[in-house]
Design a protein around this ligand. Structure first.
Ligand SMILES: N[C@@H](CCC(=O)N[C@@H](CS)C(=O)NCC(=O)O)C(=O)O
Length: 217
């Protein structure tokens, strides 16, 4: 049974797709254009009642929330592909800690930058310059903490690549391009080396090749 991933061109579905590739799980994508409101039609809301992407269908099993989907496949195919959860309970604790940091400290300010810089004209909203500045300030503080952490271990959860690193890929990619915030990464030596490492994984290159970002015009 091939897993269906709805959404593919947006950031959160890419988190799922890169995980499936790392785990060697076959999948197909179902295009959902959120700018045309395809995520708000009743058939789609049956699958994802909040009207966000992604959602997956695996036979008759349906799951939404990108990080829940990643955790599900990392566990389901534990012995297949890249080990992404950590081996000991201590390692797993670290993976979970940094996944929470990604979701609650890193992603919210990047999300605001994405909406107000990248998508403002597409959404027909005026970019909120005060929010942009505040989001950048918040993000600088978060990235200083990452820099400190990555000066001590190669990856966020330790010296092994995990879901915690993988979960950052879509929004870090947006920061590099098209948000043009490359310096936020490049001015931090350890963060920059970590980005080079994780973004050069064949799994992420495949995602970039097959799932282009949404059309901004
Ligand atoms: N917490 C959700 C967030 C999903 C989310 O916000 N997806 C965005 C695309 S990256 C979306 O669906 N935007 C359109 C909308 O919410 O109407 C997850 O991780 O799956």
């Amino acid at each position: 049974m091939v897993v269906k991933v709805y959404g593919p061109n947006y950031a959160s579905p890419k988190r799922v797709i890169v995980c499936l590739i790392e785990k060697g799980v076959d999948f197909e994508v179902v295009s959902i254009d959120v700018f045309k409101g395809e995520n708000k039609i009743p058939d789609y809301l049956q699958l994802q009642p909040f009207g966000h992407v992604p959602v997956i269908q695996d036979g008759d099993y349906t799951l939404f929330e990108s990080r829940a989907i990643m955790r599900y496949y990392a566990e389901k195919y534990r012995s297949q592909g890249t080990e992404l959860l950590g081996k000991t309970v201590e390692e797993k604790g670290q993976v979970e800690q940094w996944l929470e940091v990604e979701a609650h400290e890193f992603s919210p300010p990047v999300h605001d930058l994405v909406i107000h810089i990248m998508f403002s004209s597409k959404l027909g909203i005026t970019a909120d310059q005060k929010l942009i500045q505040e989001s950048e300030e918040k993000l600088h503080k978060v990235l200083d903490i990452y820099e400190e952490r990555l000066s001590k271990s190669k990856y966020l959860a330790g010296d092994f690549f995990s879901l915690a690193d993988l979960s950052h890929l879509p929004f870090l990619q947006y920061l590099m391009d098209p948000l043009g915030k490359e310096r936020m990464i490049r001015d931090r030596k350890h963060l920059s080396a970590w980005w080079d490492d994780i973004s050069n994984r064949p799994s992420w290159k495949k995602v970039l090749q097959h799932c282009p970002p949404p059309n901004l015009s």
